[in-house]
Ligand binder design. Structure first.
Ligand code: SF4
Length: 149
């Protein structure tokens, strides 16, 4: 199971299935639609935290992920510990990490059950050496097409 070890890595480098264009258009749809219309979950929180923060995309063994970060709500306290400015109201993709949607560990096809976190030192990994670092996860990032921007 594990618990958050407050490394902050998942706020510094966020991997999503969705392009900046899809997120922006979903946000616009949310803004101009009638109340109670079914929407992309938590888009009103996600768009402001990710807008302008996409670094590109990366192929994880045939599964493309869009790489964002750092989140606009991410900060550190005087001791250097990570802080979330909207902790009480953060989107489910954050409160459900690393079990929200498909963990990248599945994509990477490794010790999925014991090590669902994407990053080395993540408290959800039973093996402290498992997972990428911010540097290795950033390797191989490709530019977006005009359709994805
Ligand atoms: S909203 Fe908070 S928990 Fe989610 S990525 Fe941003 S800083 Fe991290």
């Amino acid at each position: 199971m594990g618990a958050c070890a407050r490394t902050g890595q998942c706020c510094e480098l966020i991997m999503l299935d969705h392009s900046p264009r899809l997120i922006r258009e979903s946000y616009e749809n949310w803004k101009y639609s009638k109340p109670n219309t079914v929407q992309y979950q938590d888009i009103e929180l996600m768009y402001p935290m990710l807008a302008g923060r996409c670094k590109g995309k990366k192929d994880f063994g045939g599964t493309m992920k869009y790489i964002y970060g750092p989140c606009r709500n991410f900060d550190r306290d005087e001791k250097g510990l990570p802080l979330c400015a909207i902790h009480q109201n953060k989107p489910r993709m954050c409160s459900g990490y690393p079990h929200y949607q498909t963990p990248i560990a599945v994509v990477m096809n490794t010790k999925t059950n014991d090590n669902p976190g994407w990053f080395r030192g993540c408290g959800f990994n039973s093996d402290p050496s498992y997972g990428g670092t911010l540097e290795t996860m950033a390797l191989g990032i490709q530019p977006l097409t005009d359709e994805e921007k």
